[in-house]
Design a protein around this ligand. Sequence first.
Ligand code: ATP
Ligand code: MG
Length: 421
Amino acid sequence: MPKRVNFGKLIEQQLPPELVNFMWVAGEMANSRGEKLYLVGGAVRDLMLEQANFDLDLVVEGNAIELAQQLKEINKGKITTHPRFNTAKLQWRDWSIDLATARRETYARPGALPAVTPSSIDDDLARRDFTINAMAICLNPGDYGRLVDPYGGRDDLQNQRIRILHEKSFTDDATRIWRGLRYEQRLDSHLEKKTLVLLQRDIAMLDTISADRIRYEIECILKEKYPEKVFNRAYELGVLAALHPSLMGDGGLAEKFEKARKECSPLPPSFDLYLALLAYPLNTEEIEQLISRLNLPRLSAKTLRDTIAIKNRMRSLSTPGVSPSAIYNLLRAFSPSALETNSLVTQSAVASQAIHLFLNRLKDVQLSLTGDDLIEMGIAPGPRIKEILEMLHQAKLNGKITTRNDEEEMVRIWLAEKQGE
Ligand code: ATP
Ligand code: MG
């Protein structure tokens, strides 16, 4: 990156004209209100890296909600405001822009949500996590393109350094521990020496963070291109153990995640699938601990529980010659992600084939006949109906019958046998 860069030019070169135009107009409008407007945070970092990021955050030294309302008149988009936080979101077409009032934050105690007061851009940058995320570009005419970089974020970005702004950063907000590892791996960087020492010192502070906030960080990691890199690093530093001491990050995890990506391609693996692969080494009791540490939604929790339940049934599934109906009965209650997880992890080709047979065919096998059809055929209403439907379903799973005619024929034979009894 050349030393002297016009950051206004960088915006024009890298963002779509409509967004460039919007920011220019917003800067003019703020200016006429006697306010200063800045592009901040991740968008500035990614402009410098020439990585597309249309997720724009603007900060105004003034009143974000009033400015957003005025801007809405121009682009006729949707506006959502949060008066409590002095922020607004503007959405039109595919774009979404966050507008916040520059603020100062103070932490009453570690892990608590901060108290905020309106303030200057300098104070707003001072509350941020890492130097590379604590830069701003001014958007006011006359000052357009001026970089505000009080902590040397640009230099750190060039030297691939992840650095916190002050000694108490991880104590104030330990989610930054996970964030730091995520940026380090995503940007092929390294945690600056002192930052690394403080990060390890403050690992126990993760206990001050609520389950929902930890889950959010894990979700962010699982949206990265290579989440395993973050978990492996977290394992090495002792951060993963703070999530659960039995979690493992090593070569094995990388292999499983890579396999999952191939299997799911072109889509990325889901949160549930990745998490189940990560949680695979845990036992039933440990899984419950992880579920509550992350306050997982019901279906994700089921996927984790199912993963372990299937793991405990792998021996039956690995036996050659298990009938399709037996496979169906073994696997019918489990979530697809839990099945996929076991298929990815198992060393047994037989078990893996059984799981895929279930996922690709058996789970969708349905009868043509219904209970009403059976009654019409002369079977008395009652528990028998369910038994017969069950018997037909098993026969269909095992390929003994396929068509509606086959089903009817089977029922007729059964009826004839009954009459003969
Ligand atoms: P990403 O590409 O992962 O979205 P981002 O930098 O846009 O990166 P966001 O989580 O969208 O990250 O947050 C936007 C900005 O808010 C960050 O750049 C950072 O300046 C600030 N920020 C977010 N979370 C924290 C935090 N826990 N502590 C301090 N600052 C934070
Ligand atoms: Mg972002």
